[in-house]
Design a protein around this ligand. Structure first.
Ligand SMILES: Nc1nc2c(ncn2[C@@H]2O[C@H](COP(=O)(O)OP(=O)(O)OP(=O)(O)O)[C@@H](O)[C@H]2O)c(=O)[nH]1
Ligand SMILES: [Mg+2]
Length: 360
């Protein structure tokens, strides 16, 4: 049996990108509050810089993106303006979000907003309250208390002053030595990412999970859903009483699963990237899989066993093998990313580790 791996990989790659979607995050906060540091801590270094130098339209948030990334960050300005100017800018901003919300393409909506307030300021400004009230009418707002080092009751103050916020999260994005014995650790980033993930619309959730670099756990959980869906599809495919069809049907399902998992880990994948992983790591296993399925399929046609018994056996096996493959791939990526401290491994590194993980 001949599988056109490169063709299947190309289709799987396109499907995975479509299924991942695109997420738009609006970030607001006074000058120096820690927006860029927060963005770096959540999405990685190279992100916050890319939009600079573009012409600025007064009141309009500036987009920051990176080629191949499923995320655009919208940098909202104006919180430090005088009352009159601020009111005008805020109207423009609400109009901007509302217009996008009415767009038929959900990937262009602004999905969530982070309003940053410096913990050291010790108070919530009138402009911040107005911003939260206005924006919360058109999208979910999370208040981020930045440079969180000494709460002293500010968390409660923020929660009661900004009742429209879905959540108020304390973060410290930059580790800092207070003196030779004391250090402020980076904290709160994972919590912010968890809270935000739940607020993003379902169709853009995977994009957010893929773009964030703060929680591997969030990626692993997203992948568990991908694996369950693929296992179910594999079971259904194998249950059809057509001999020799299983392997043909299973290969695209499994490559599709690998593509979706790759995209959730934010791998800058290409057809070549996928083909490398599939060819070197699954290549051998696919042949074995095909063999096994032909055997289980044959059982369906043995008198006495009946098609149901054969079907159930094949379906169960197909689902189990697909799950095992998915779990092995997720473990491969999770371990590699942990080892490289977030740096993206190469296709060859992944393929090599995946092969070992599969015991091939
Ligand atoms: N300790 C600590 N320092 C922070 C934190 N966030 C930002 N800083 C520091 O505060 C300063 C300003 O941070 P930025 O991230 O540049 O703030 P910004 O909101 O992007 O500033 P503008 O783009 O100028 O509006 C920098 O010196 C950061 O290192 C934090 O969570 N903890
Ligand atoms: Mg900045």
């Amino acid at each position: 049996m001949d599988f056109e791996i490169s063709k299947i990989a190309r289709e799987a790659f396109d499907d995975a990108l479509k299924a991942r979607g695109h997420v738009n995050v609006l970030v607001a906060g006074r000058t120096g509050v820690g927006k860029s540091s927060l963005i770096n801590a959540v999405f990685g270094e190279d992100f916050a810089k890319t939009g600079q130098g573009k012409p600025v339209t007064q009141g309009m948030p500036r987009p920051y993106t990176r080629p191949g990334s499923p995320l655009t960050i919208w940098d909202s300005t104006g919180l430090e303006l005088g009352e009159k100017e601020f009111t005008e800018t805020n109207k423009l901003l609400v109009n901007f979000v509302t217009e996008r919300k009415n767009s038929p393409d959900p990937n262009s909506h602004i999905h969530v907003a982070w309003l940053c307030i410096d913990e050291g300021s010790r108070r919530v400004q009138a402009a911040e309250q107005k911003w939260c009230t206005d924006l919360a009418k058109v999208l979910p707002v999370v208040v981020v208390i930045t440079k969180a080092m000494a709460d002293a009751g500010f968390h409660e103050v923020a929660k009661s002053s900004l009742p429209e916020a879905k959540s108020v999260v304390r973060v410290n994005s930059v580790g800092m030595a207070l003196d030779s014995n004391h250090r402020v650790q980076v904290h709160g980033i994972k919590e912010l990412v968890e809270v935000t993930r739940d607020l993003v619309a379902e169709g853009q959730r995977r994009a957010f999970v893929a773009a964030q670099k703060a929680s591997l756990d969030l990626k692993v959980r997203e992948c568990n859903g991908i694996i369950s869906a693929a296992a179910m599809a594999a079971g259904t495919a194998a249950a059809a009483p057509i001999p020799f069809s299983d392997a043909f049907l299973l290969v695209p399902i499994q490559i599709g699963m690998i593509a979706k998992i790759s995209s959730t880990f934010g791998l800058e994948q290409s057809e070549g990237f996928l083909s490398t992983i599939v060819a070197s790591a699954i290549g051998g296993t696919t042949a074995t899989l095909a063999g096994r399925f032909i055997v289980t399929n044959a059982l369906k046609f043995i008198p006495g066993l009946g098609s149901a018994a054969g079907g159930i056996l094949a379906a169960g096996t197909a689902a189990t093998l697909t799950t095992a493959m998915g779990k092995a791939y997720v473990t491969t990526l999770a371990t590699l990313f942990q080892e490289t401290n977030g740096a993206t491994p190469t296709a060859e590194q992944i393929a090599e580790r995946f092969r070992r993980q599969l015991g091939a």
